[in-house]
Design a protein around this ligand. Structure first.
Ligand code: PBG
Length: 332
């Protein structure tokens, strides 16, 4: 029976879904390797690749192998990689001095990549957690995470990264005022073109668990990060964080985690129109890998669908551990 009212059959929405060619024509969003930033874990040694058990398919690599990864990223059309050091216990101290050691793991990896693969963009993390004996992103005194004292250390850390040749500095610490302090210091030290990609809306999330294993921080972390990372209940606050960071000198902003926070991505993009990135974090990656390994979901389809969702939500790019796998798939 044909309905007597309404647009049917004038409007059959299924017409535009009928064939691959028509679906391609009407597709609103695209996913390409150029949308990806690949987070890579760096460890000491030579010729070492060590699996991270809670992140199947992810490795901790020694500097020489990180250079190989950068070469691979470049050949796959991935524009940037993001370095995270796995710090041994003896380099975790209460003064966090290893964070601004010009020869720390992150800076050595940066120089090695810049030598061998000069065209790939290098991003690094600014926060004290890889170097602190408490696993926190800032200095802790009597259980309090100190804001202003931490910023002084973050500035030293960022300047050492910029001097090593980092293109994009990613402050992930969530201290108040750090973007302004970092921008001022970079300007005055002659790094006027170093980009700041602020982890602006970063939530206190259970989805960071596998990452803390990967960088060796899980054992160290005392308590939680709820006094500096955001409450998952809030979204207006994310806009205030982004507004503040853009005013203080951020070039690009990030929402983190990704998949549970697509509403935040959309609001941030609509409100500011700034280059906006999402971090599909370790726990999101681990969930997809675990389900796929159990045969419960199709790995490739789930991977692509999860990443396309970020583009649909307004993101300009995605930090994802899937970067090489999805780039390979898109290329082939
Ligand atoms: C630390 C930092 C974290 C991540 C990136 N930088 C963890 C945390 O805040 O505890 C998480 C990334 C991931 O889970 O993939 N400043």
């Amino acid at each position: 029976m044909r309905p007597t009212q309404g647009p049917f059959p004038v409007t059959r929405l299924r017409r535009t879904r009928a064939t691959p060619a028509i679906r391609a024509l009407v597709a609103q969003n695209t996913l390409t390797p150029a949308d990806l930033i690949w987070p890579v874990f760096v460890r000491d040694g030579d010729g070492v690749e060590e699996p991270v058990p809670s992140m199947p398919g992810v490795l901790r690599r020694s500097v020489d192998r990180v250079v190989e990864a950068a070469r691979e990223a470049q050949s796959l059309g991935i524009p940037a990689i993001c370095l995270f050091p796995y710090t041994s216990a003896e380099n975790r101290t209460s003064d966090c001095a290893e964070a601004w050691n010009p020869d720390n793991l992150s800076n050595r990896a940066t120089r090695a990549i810049k030598d061998a693969v000069p065209d790939i963009a290098i991003m690094t993390d600014v926060a004290l957690d890889p170097y602190s004996d408490t696993g926190h992103d800032g200095f802790v005194v009597d259980g309090e995470i100190l804001n202003d004292e931490t910023i002084e250390a973050l500035v030293k850390q960022a300047l050492s990264q910029a001097a090593a040749g980092v293109d994009i500095i990613g402050p992930s610490d969530m201290m108040d005022g750090r973007i302004g302090a970092l921008r001022a210091a970079l300007e005055s030290e002659g790094h006027k073109n170093t980009l700041l990609l602020s982890y602006a809306a970063k939530y206190a999330s259970a989805f960071y668990g596998p990452f803390r294993d990967a960088v060796g921080a899980s054992g160290a972390l005392k308590g939680d990060k709820k006094t500096y990372q955001m409450d998952p209940a809030n979204s207006d606050e994310a806009l205030r964080c982004v507004a503040r960071d853009l005013t203080e000198g951020a070039d690009m902003v990030m929402v983190k985690p990704g998949m549970p926070y697509l509403d935040i991505c959309r609001r941030v993009k609509d409100e500011f129109g700034a280059p906006t990135y999402a971090y599909q974090v370790s726990g999101e990656y681990a969930m997809i890998q675990a389900a796929a390994q159990n045969g419960w979901i199709d790995h490739d389809r789930a991977m692509v669908e999860s990443l396309m969702a970020f583009k649909r939500a307004g993101c300009d790019g995605i930090l994802t551990y899937f970067a090489p796998a999805v780039a390979r798939m898109l290329q082939g």
